[in-house]
Design a protein around this ligand. Structure first.
Ligand SMILES: Cc1cc2nc3c(=O)[nH]c(=O)nc-3n(C[C@H](O)[C@H](O)[C@H](O)COP(=O)(O)OP(=O)(O)OC[C@H]3O[C@@H](n4cnc5c(N)ncnc54)[C@H](O)[C@@H]3O)c2cc1C
Length: 373
């Protein structure tokens, strides 16, 4: 333990704070340095998470804003729903989630120094351990992989979101308007909605087209505009750089889902693995992470490449077939938003699903199945 003292964590986002709390639980005494004057602002994330995340992160009920019992897909002209009697995803109060992580850290004696900036280019002192949890900024500065500009609006939904079911998460895909990603619309548990997208195209145009309204109405109804970047390039090869005594975690390491950009659950996993490694004597948790998630990332990269290549017409055809065969309900029942591999293995038992999946094989580069991640 002593050889990695002090542990300096840069970034008081979900990654820095989750890791700091896990370190404290295991007897370490990290210090956090944050460039902003406060935790949790500015916000960008939607805070949609799985039940598994709620359980494993011990999220208090008071932080849950809404429960989603299924999904609505808006794919071009198609509108497909899959509903369940039990919640399939949750929207947490993302700002208060970070405050809760901060409070837990401070209550256990931890210290956060604000307005301190990690200088990515300055040589790092060799003593102790540096954790780079500074998020997508680090991923971009170091050109580690693909990111997409993102915009999320907090909307007063009255009048413009009436068509959408507040108890279902809406996913909207129109590749002709946004070839890069999907758009989403989720209810905040009150009259407000979060609608967002990630794209290299004009984000306002994509969002107005997604919910079938004009940009002026969108601007008029938006209570907050949150700009950010979604990491879709996947994780870096090595999280630990011994020459700089630096470890990456969270978005700075690219630990998001390549398919959705969701990072909160993998941050939790990475934090546990990092602390386990450190207790065993090494800060390098790269192998642990890949042992658990290598196949998952291979599949996610394959699905992302499929999404980028498929035409809107073919996508609509596939969705149509799946809807006719009621495969969305099956996906909702058997699917797993954190581990797509588990979903695929379960769904592979269904002949109709596999036939549809094979229909898309012309878009799949077989080499991707065997590539390293
Ligand atoms: C629009 C959008 C929607 C999303 N929706 C979801 C979702 O629904 N579910 C989900 O699981 N994930 C979602 N994500 C992803 C999720 O927000 C990220 O994976 C997560 O916030 C990453 O946490 P982090 O701590 O690594 O980085 P960040 O949250 O970016 O935190 C980094 C921290 O480091 C600080 N910092 C930056 N630079 C420096 C520096 N040089 N020195 C010191 N401090 C610095 C920042 O101020 C910040 O406090 C979404 C992302 C976006 C953009």
């Amino acid at each position: 333990m002593a050889s990695y003292h002090p542990i300096k964590i840069y970034g008081a986002g979900p990654a820095g704070l989750t890791l700091a709390n896990k370190l404290v639980e295991n007897g370490f005494e990290p210090i956090i340095y944050e460039s902003n004057p406060v935790v949790g602002k500015p916000q960008h994330c939607s805070g949609v998470v799985s039940g598994r995340f709620i359980d494993e992160a011990h999220i208090p009920h008071s932080l849950v804003r809404n429960k989603f019992y299924g999904v609505e897909l808006w794919i071009g002209r198609l509108h497909v729903k899959a509903e369940s009697s039990t919640p399939k995803a949750y929207a947490i109060d993302r700002y208060r989630y970070e405050l809760w992580l901060e409070e837990t850290f401070i209550d256990s004696g931890g210290e956060i120094k604000f307005r301190v900036e990690m200088d990515y280019h300055k040589p790092i002192r060799r003593d102790g351990l540096i954790v780079d949890a500074t998020g997508v900024r680090s991923y971009i500065v170091h050109k580690r992989g693909e990111v997409l500009p993102a915009l999320q609006l907090i909307l007063n939904g009255n009048g413009i979101m009436d068509e959408y079911n507040p108890k279902l998460a809406s996913i909207i895909v129109d590749k002709k308007v946004n070839p890069d990603f999907f758009s989403w619309a989720i209810n905040n548990g009150d009259s407000r909605w979060k609608i967002g997208t990630a794209s290299n195209a004009n984000l306002w145009d994509v969002l107005s087209s997604a919910i079938n309204t004009d940009v002026w109405t969108l601007r008029k109804n938006s209570l907050e505009r949150l700009y950010g970047h979604v990491v879709v390039g996947g994780p870096v090869k090595n999280f630990f750089d011994p020459s700089r005594n630096t470890v990456l975690i969270g978005d700075s390491a690219g630990q998001t889902k390549v398919t959705t950009g969701g990072g909160l659950y993998y941050i939790l996993l990475a934090s546990k693995m990092f602390v386990e490694s450190l207790v065993e004597g090494s800060p390098d948790y790269t192998q642990k992470f890949y042992r658990e998630l290598k196949d998952e990332y291979r599949l996610q990269r394959l699905l992302r490449s499929l999404f980028l290549k498929i035409s809107q017409e073919d996508l609509e055809e596939v969705i149509n077939i799946m809807a006719r065969k009621e495969l969305f309900n099956l996906m909702l029942m058997l699917g797993d938003m954190d581990f797509h591999m588990t979903s695929l293995v379960r769904l592979a038992m269904d002949r109709d699903f596999m036939k549809t999946f094979i229909k898309m094989s012309k878009y799949i580069e077989l080499s991707m199945l065997f590539s390293s991640v």
